[in-house]
Design a protein around this ligand. Structure first.
Ligand code: ARG
Length: 461
């Protein structure tokens, strides 16, 4: 018989049981469900709402059920619908009437909100740990490649030289913002909804503050209707996760390009590459491609949640059961991707010489030639035009700007002197950009220091 079977004259159709059931995917909240129930039972006892000995028996048995589940001794039932009723049913089967007192002053609506919040709080912490590892690998790369000059791009056309260190720190900034976003989402997830009942609270004198403290929540929900029908925290998390995937995907796209023969800026480690079943020469960046591919899947999860919620009247609606597969999938996917990505970039080889060669081609020091003339008092617009003409000439002559003879330089402007050569070397182009945020070695070293301090001191809660 169903836990809610009292008002029914007929059994549910088998198909409806299957259709309605969420145990297939919500079983993974078993620990949160049991922990929440133990706190609820302790509170019911403290408030004198249920007899002490019943409460004690409930708590003891719930703990046994938890370890039995962990040892794989428990099998869940489809027709007990979800994790909440499965556990309650097991409890009742073990201790009878005492177990039937657990659900006093509680509804599955506030129970599921509690479980999901607790579950996602734990996942947010795990994801932030993975992100911190990624950030520390990025800092190692930045430390290692302060002098690794590479071309910087706009429109995927060579623009100005930077260093690989500077490039790695760009991603540090992105993933740092992601971490801060998770911290912010954690705050809004860290709200205790139990006591909201089905939608309108309860007449029992529950001690919500006690349950909140017992379960380690920072805040308590203030409106029962909102508390049971709010899934903003899951949507926010899915949005944070989508942005993380977007950042990973952009870096992956670069690594896919960079590991092509055409670029050859990096070589993926054999342990993070795969071969072709037909072409013996192939070494493919499958890992990076899969991360790029899985990004769409996480965006899909976010969209699932947004669309699922958009038409729901207050308060709880069964539609909301659809939140779990989406948010679980987003969480699982991101954890997998951040972890494998971190290892992939930690093991890849950076081909410094090829990067430097790349930086030297494509007139990446043209801006610096113009700036040289500006420093000799030519207005910038004029300098821009002079260098434009020099580039045109250089293309025809098939040479780089720093390969001009002094005579050639002087043909374009009498302001050029011997010091032009050092003014437009790759090293000067990079290291004179000392402005905060720029690629100069000393600037990047300062940024690394600030970033290390951030990472050492970061805490979610
Ligand atoms: N399995 C349900 C969910 O995930 C639990 C809440 C069900 N509440 C209800 N009144 N049917 O949303």
């Amino acid at each position: 018989m169903k836990l809610w079977g009292g008002r029914f004259e007929k059994a549910t159709d088998k198909k409806v049981d299957d259709f309605n059931s969420s145990i297939r995917f919500d079983y993974r909240m078993y620990k949160e469900d049991i922990t929440g129930s133990i706190a609820h039972a302790k509170m019911l006892k403290k408030q004198g709402i249920i007899p002490e000995n019943d409460a004690d028996l409930i708590i003891k048995t719930l703990k046994e059920i938890l370890s039995d589940i962990e040892e794989g001794k428990v099998s869940f039932e489809i027709d007990a619908e979800d994790i909440h009723m499965n556990i309650e049913k097991i409890l009742i089967s073990r201790i009878g009437d005492a177990g039937k007192r657990l659900h006093t002053g509680r509804s599955r609506n506030d129970q599921v909100a509690l479980d999901l919040r607790m579950y996602l709080k734990r996942e947010i912490i795990e994801i932030s740990e993975l992100l911190k590892e990624l950030l520390s690998v990025l800092l190692n790369l930045a430390d290692e490649h302060l002098d690794t000059i590479m071309p910087g791009y706009t429109h995927l056309q060579k623009a100005q030289p930077v260093t690989f260190s500077h490039h790695a720190l760009a991603y540090f900034e992105m993933f740092k913002r992601d971490l801060l976003r998770l911290k912010d989402t954690y705050k809004r997830t860290d709200v205790m909804p139990l006591g909201s009942g089905a939608l309108a609270g309860t007449t029992y004198p529950l001690d919500r503050e006690f349950v909140k403290e017992e379960l380690g929540f920072s805040e308590m929900s203030l409106n029962s209707l909102d508390a049971v029908s709010d899934r903003d925290f899951a949507i926010e998390l899915a949005s944070d996760l989508s942005i993380i995937m977007m950042h990973l995907s952009r870096f992956c796209e670069e690594l896919i390009l960079w590991s092509s023969h055409e670029f050859s800026f990096v070589t993926m480690d054999d342990s993070y590459s795969t071969g072709s079943s037909i072409m013996p020469q192939k070494k493919n960046p499958d890992v990076a491609e899969l991360i790029r591919g899985k990004t769409g899947r996480v965006y899909g999860d976010l969209n699932t949640l947004l669309v699922m919620m958009k038409g729901l009247p207050l308060a709880y609606n069964k539609d909301m059961q659809e939140d779990k597969e989406a948010i679980f999938d987003a969480v699982d996917t991101v954890k997998l991707c951040v972890d494998v990505f971190t290892k992939m970039i930690a093991t890849m080889k950076v081909n410094k010489d090829i990067m430097l060669k790349g930086a030297k081609g494509g007139f990446t020091n043209a801006t610096d030639v113009a700036d040289y003339l500006v420093k000799k008092s030519l207005p910038f617009r004029q300098a821009h035009e002079v260098v434009g003409k020099m580039v045109l000439y250089a293309i025809k002559e098939n040479k780089a700007l720093d390969e001009f003879s002094l005579e050639e330089f002087k043909k374009f402007s009498p302001l050029f002197d011997e010091d032009i050569y050092s003014a437009i070397s790759m090293e000067t182009c990079v290291n004179e950009r000392k402005i905060t945020g720029g690629p100069a070695k000393e600037t990047v070293q300062r940024a690394i220091k600030i970033s290390k301090e951030f990472l050492d001191n970061f805490k979610i809660k």
